[in-house]
Ligand binder design. Structure first.
Ligand code: FES
Ligand SMILES: [Fe+2]
Length: 442
């Protein structure tokens, strides 16, 4: 439970808010590279951290991200002409390069130097893993990019990044990934241990739906281990996952040591979020929607993007159609929810159903919510330290801290879960001896 003030504090992300300022210390994923398919392609509207921006790819292929109001008299640069290495406002022809520098001002006399007096307002951008990243922060020189493991390989060897717009606050959405016990209900509650392969993680989850938790602060955020019995009395099955500042999770999907993936919960504004997943394909990093294996139903359909501020990556299943819930299917236990379209659709339904920003004065957190509580505390403490004392938040200047892996593992009962998994949690280490099918499914 949070007080009313803390609930506001933890969730609001616009300019000048504590968490908004915290996020602006970091590079953040802004859009998919594929949304700007080629040089001089059409500019798009991007709503990011409560700011209305326009993104474009110039003639040389570079990406620019500018406030959408033209610095002259505020016409939207969305309508701009994207030509000859710059975006030209159609109102009076002022032209901006990707840094936001005004490079032409044809409405002023030729001897005027006024264009040099217009301050550039573009945000630095860079592309990794098929995603455009932007730095919206105060530093003259942006910090280093986080060194996520998927950046080690060319984008065409990665799964296509999966983006989904959620109609709720970013933290509310992120918290689903820190609450691993919901998997045993929401996603696989229709399963039984008898119908899955013996000795698989999914069987352990179906046998015991109330895992115990350990949580730990780390240099990048926080890590949890949710554990329950495995096959023998001497072993435990651990689900190890992470929160990484300021808006990432690595959920414990698949086998620890084999899965390479990152989820970003990107605030568009206080009430809209993009869930972005990127990573390496592998036997245990199946496309979203098929990740738990026992999940039935097809992959969630995404509507074609429109040009509106909220027009990107909208799911066909949404609150207006009750996520296409099928009560018969729910009764028959085709799935626990009766909501097809895979795990992200189920996550979306429950998370959005709380409302745009849930009133957390009303919640009652149990022992399974330890990681939810820890992540809030970590975020709020870092935001306060930044606001009150100017303390640089975790990981901003430590790109290597983001080189983590998450997943499931069976450990001897008396093992120290952190010590025993040090090597498995490290990025860039091959573990061919590990069998990804151990995660299981039907
Ligand atoms: S408003 Fe853009 S050039 Fe005048
Ligand atoms: Fe989920």
């Amino acid at each position: 439970m949070l007080s009313r003030e803390d609930n506001e504090f933890a969730t609001r992300i616009g300019p000048g808010t504590a968490i908004g300022d915290l996020m602006r210390q970091y590079w953040v994923p802004a859009l998919l590279s594929s949304e700007l398919p080629g040089p001089d392609s059409g500019p798009i509207r991007v709503l990011l951290l409560g700011e209305k921006l326009v993104a474009f790819r110039d003639t040389s292929g570079r990406v620019g991200l500018l406030p959408h109001n033209c610095p002259h008299r505020g016409a939207s640069l969305f309508f701009g002409r994207n030509e000859d290495n710059g975006l030209r406002c159609v109102y009076h022809g002022w032209k901006y390069d990707v840094t936001g520098r005004c490079v032409d001002m044809p409405s002023e006399p030729p001897d005027s130097d006024f264009k040099h007096k217009v301050k550039p307002r573009g945000y630095p951008c860079t592309e990794r893993a098929g995603v455009v990243w932007a730095y919206l922060g105060p530093r003259e020189q942006p910090p280093p990019m986080p060194a996520f493991e998927p950046f080690d390989v060319p984008p065409d060897q990665l799964l296509a990044p999966f983006a989904l717009q959620l109609n709720c606050n970013w933290l509310q959405a992120l918290e689903g990934d820190t609450d691993t016990c919901h998997v045993g209900f929401l996603h696989i509650g229709h399963g039984s241990p008898e119908e899955v392969r013996d000795g698989t993680f999914i069987q352990y989850m179906l046998r015991d739906r109330a895992p115990r938790y350990k949580v730990l602060n780390t240099e990048f955020g926080a890590t949890y281990g949710a554990y329950r019995p495995a096959d023998t009395d001497d072993e435990l099955y651990w689900r190890i996952g992470h929160f990484l500042f300021p808006l990432y999770t690595m959920p414990p999907v698949g086998v620890l040591g084999r899965r390479v993936g990152v989820t970003a919960w990107i605030p568009m504004d206080d009430h809209h979020t993009i869930r972005l997943m990127f990573g390496l394909p592998s036997a245990n990093a199946a496309p979203p929607g098929q990740r738990v294996g026992i999940q039935k139903g097809m992959r969630q359909k995404i509507l074609p993007n429109t040009t509106g501020w909220l027009g990107r990556f909208r799911p066909e299943q949404n609150e207006d159609n009750d996520y296409l819930i099928d009560r018969e299917s729910q009764r028959r236990l085709d799935s626990y929810t009766g909501i097809g379209g895979g795990n992200p659709a189920e996550d979306q339904a429950v998370t959005e159903s709380m409302g745009g920003i849930y009133d957390r004065t009303q919640e009652r957190l149990g022992t399974s919510d330890m990681m939810v509580i820890r992540v809030r505390r970590r975020l709020m403490a870092a935001a306060k330290a930044l606001t009150d004392e100017g303390v640089t938040p975790p990981g901003v200047d430590e790109p290597e801290a983001f080189r983590q892996r998450s997943g499931g593992v069976v450990l001897p009962k008396d093992a120290d879960w952190i010590e025993a998994t040090r090597d498995l949690r490290r990025a860039g280490v091959e573990h061919p001896e590990l069998d990804p099918s151990l995660a299981g499914g039907v």
